[in-house]
Ligand binder design. Structure first.
Ligand SMILES: Nc1ncnc2c1ncn2[C@@H]1O[C@H](COP(=O)(O)OP(=O)(O)OP(=O)(O)O)[C@@H](O)[C@H]1O
Ligand SMILES: Nc1ncnc2c1ncn2[C@@H]1O[C@H](COP(=O)(O)OP(=O)(O)OP(=O)(O)O)[C@@H](O)[C@H]1O
Ligand SMILES: [Mg+2]
Ligand SMILES: [Mg+2]
Lengths: 151, 168, 168, 151
């Protein structure tokens, strides 16, 4: 319904405007309705400005900046309507070391209501997890799980 | 609801029965390319009711059954069981008196499917209803598959609307 | 033909004149997210004649001109010059007596464009012809942009044909 | 023209069938014409089977396997029609340590005719390069180049 969509839109936008500068250590972002008069069909645009930079189309953002912007939006939705768990498959792949740290910090901040499963090749992400499971193919084509306790 | 345990047999590259325990806040799954990590993610999507083979990287749903290797024969059934503990406010009332809810899905190469909640045969709809009720539902944002993060930002505005609709 | 040097002024995030020397076999470009590495790749595509703003992640071609920052004003021109040394068998014969070929492209915010080969004004077509002759040309596979690798494998068969046609 | 396309197709396929097992340390792959009777329009399919695994649709391959398969195809084209240079922007992002090593090995093997420029966040890739340039934004929004000699 129109009202429900507008309310969800406003709530997610509100959280997004807080999480983005939190993840980017500055800057600002918001959501925009392409057509405010057509709440049943209007598309949703993202405006994002990393700290100190000029506001431009998000298409010009770098690979890592796009990934963090998407994480900000996804976690904004989580804060409005939490899910018991969240599975993130190699979301940290395009991030540099500093941003991997911030990504793992925000995951840790969100663990109150949500359980996280992260798939990763990144050593820093592995270090912040509570437990590691290794998947191997000792025999070609056959997966096996190995527990790799971190702490 | 909290994830407790995932049991996989015959699903994609998991020939033998594999149990993944999810009792911690942050669980990391690691390993070399192609060894099965994303297949675990697919198993979770599948047992929650994913009906599109394409979303599981396959051409037809039969692709999720262990296809064999150069030396191993294929299997005729895939089975995935996801178990939750019923702590927390999101437990549907009809299960609130039980300490666990387990959801199981099976597919046979004959094309037959089976679905179970707490070992009782149900329909697929009962599984998706259960998840909708618990707040996992069809949430497009509970599972961020490999490569999907980039798409959220580069998607057309109409596609992004769909995410907001999931929250509404 | 071997890459020798790239000179960027006012292109995307490169406010000040920046010179990148390419005299080694394998050059790595590193740095934090968002600091300008892929913009260097865009500069190379642009000076070779890229006409689609979308392929450079922009909405219009004007997006490649330095847009300013929170404290800096925008510039009114972007200029990129790519210089090659003429060793090797792929040098077009009309330049074979010169030790270097430099290709320069400029765009003004007014919309005006300028193109130069060895400081002589030419048309865009002369630049693309030069590159076609040297074996760099429109080769879809000389530049693998961020995120493109995955697309090659997941592309439709008709799109993959295009790559083979580039080789033919 | 039809003949030119078929000849290019066969030459690239021949190289692809050699490079893929070289990069994957085994297995096999080839190209397939969807419609051999329509050389003017036929799409091109990729058949790929990592070592020890069953042949299945390439859509089922993992993120890293897809990346390496694409690299095999790209370098097959390079061997047929070399380009003076090749620019690879974070192609190693989805690769594990072993595969990053193989990726850098094959780049080194190809440097005879081709100059490579790699953009990367990966420490192993940085170590194999002949020279490193660092791009920084000391001032927000303004890029600067720093030379970081490795050897
Ligand atoms: N039905 C099946 N039977 C057997 N093997 C399968 C089946 N479906 C997929 N596979 C295999 O699973 C492998 C992919 O596994 P997966 O995507 O989980 O890898 P990954 O660990 O995520 O790797 P990466 O780090 O590269 O993303 C492929 O090699 C594929 O051949
Ligand atoms: N015309 C312009 N003027 C000023 N800045 C621009 C312009 N166009 C793009 N940018 C900025 O360049 C940045 C992106 O740079 P680039 O894509 O090169 O990053 P990168 O180093 O490749 O990062 P990553 O490692 O995340 O891929 C964006 O923050 C964008 O705002
Ligand atoms: Mg994977
Ligand atoms: Mg980049």
């Amino acid at each position: 319904t129109k009202e429900k969509f507008l309310e969800a839109f406003r709530m997610v936008d509100e959280k997004f405007q807080v999480i983005f500068p939190h993840l980017f250590k500055g800057g600002k972002a918001k959501l925009l309705l392409i057509n405010e008069n057509d709440l049943l069909e209007s598309g949703v645009d993202i405006i994002a400005q990393p700290p100190g930079k000029k506001l431009q189309s998000i298409s010009l953002l770098s690979g890592g900046e796009k990934a963090l912007t998407a994480v900000s939006l996804i976690f904004a939705m989580f804060l409005i309507k939490p899910s018991p768990f969240c599975i993130l498959d190699e979301v940290d792949a395009p991030l540099d070391d500093v941003n991997v740290g911030r990504y793992n910090d925000i995951i840790r901040e969100m663990t109150g209501k949500t359980q996280f499963v992260v798939i990763t090749h990144n050593k820093n992400t592995m270090e912040t997890a509570d437990v590691l499971y290794g998947v191997t193919m000792q025999e070609a084509g056959v997966s096996q799980l190995v527990s790799v306790e971190m702490h | 609801m909290r994830l407790k345990r995932l049991e996989i047999i015959g699903f994609k590259s998991f020939l033998e029965k594999t149990i993944v325990s999810f009792d911690k806040d942050v669980t990391a799954i690691v390993g070399p390319n192609g060894c099965g990590k994303s297949n675990i993610v697919d198993a979770i999507c599948w047992v929650m009711g994913e009906q599109s083979a394409k979303h599981l990287r396959g051409k037809s749903m039969e692709d999720v059954i262990f296809a064999g290797s150069e030396v191993r024969a294929q299997l005729s059934m895939a089975s995935v069981e996801l178990t939750f503990s019923t702590e927390g406010y999101q437990t549907p009332f009809q299960y609130a008196d039980q300490s666990e809810i387990s959801v199981c899905r099976r597919l046979y190469r004959t094309g037959e499917s089976e679905y179970f909640i707490n070992r009782i045969p149900v329909r697929l709809k009962d599984i998706t209803d259960l998840f909708l009720g618990t707040g996992v539902g069809r949430k497009a944002y509970s599972v961020i598959e490999q490569g999907k993060v980039h798409q959220i930002v580069t998607a057309k505005p109409e596609q992004r609307r769909y995410y907001i609709e999931e929250v509404a």
